[in-house]
Design a protein around this ligand. Structure first.
Ligand code: ADP
Ligand code: MG
Length: 202
């Protein structure tokens, strides 16, 4: 079972991953965006880490809703409200349970992904974060490792796609041939989840 400590570790690991990968995420956002995705993610998850350290939430749901709130208030780009919505909605779905199962988390993230789709009007195939998030959440019902693989494959699969949502869509056909930065950060998010689970012996 996954407790609040597990979720705090996951968010802290994500902040470290965004620090480490910021330059790569920004480089991906350069040809098909405005070269800020890495700094956006870094700023957002640093704020999440700071808040978690100051006032550690007592339940998994509260960790996710608090993280989502921080992302919405600190990230200026499109990705802030979208990731913020993902985490807030997932956190609300988990409610005030002290411990949740991997299956509970998969179901909660599913409601979050649906909310991201409703907010941004995107679906898989539009070359957005949803191309990694949707297959990852589907695979999470099986195992953490399967979710990582599905997210990485989903991010890779955005390369030949033409963007239909977000800033990259302004480029039309010229968006083809580049990996989507948001799908790439979503894959990182599942990597840190699986790494946290492996450390916890889950
Ligand atoms: P901005 O586009 O405002 O500069 P970021 O660079 O931080 O914000 O994030 C860009 C990423 O946000 C894209 O790579 C894409 O994955 C995601 N994105 C943009 N618009 C949408 C949308 N409508 N639905 C889902 N994801 C989106
Ligand atoms: Mg950008």
């Amino acid at each position: 079972m996954l407790d609040a400590e597990f979720f705090r570790r996951w968010m802290t690991a994500t902040a470290a991953a965004m620090d480490r990968e910021a330059a790569r995420l920004t480089a991906l956002d350069s040809p098909i965006g405005d070269a800020d995705h890495g700094t956006n993610m870094q700023r957002g998850f640093r704020a999440v880490r700071t808040t978690l350290e100051k006032e550690p939430p007592a339940t998994p749901g509260a960790v996710l809703t608090g993280a989502g709130r921080q992302l919405i208030s600190t990230v200026g780009g499109a990705s802030g409200p979208l990731y913020g919505t993902l985490l807030r909605r997932a956190g609300k779905t988990l409610g005030d349970a002290a411990e949740v199962s991997r299956e509970d988390l998969a179901a909660a993230l599913r409601t979050g992904v649906d909310a991201v789709s409703a907010l941004g009007g995107a679906a898989p195939g539009d070359k957005t974060m949803l191309d990694a998030l949707v297959p990852a959440v589907d695979a999470l019902t099986g195992s953490f490792g399967a979710a990582v693989d599905a997210a990485a494959q989903g991010a890779q699969a955005t390369v030949p796609m033409q963007a239909r949502k977000g800033r990259a869509s302004y480029l039309g056909e010229r968006s083809i041939g580049h990996q989507d930065p948001g799908a790439t950060s979503s894959a990182l998010f599942f990597e840190t989840l699986a790494a946290t689970a492996a450390e916890a012996g889950e």
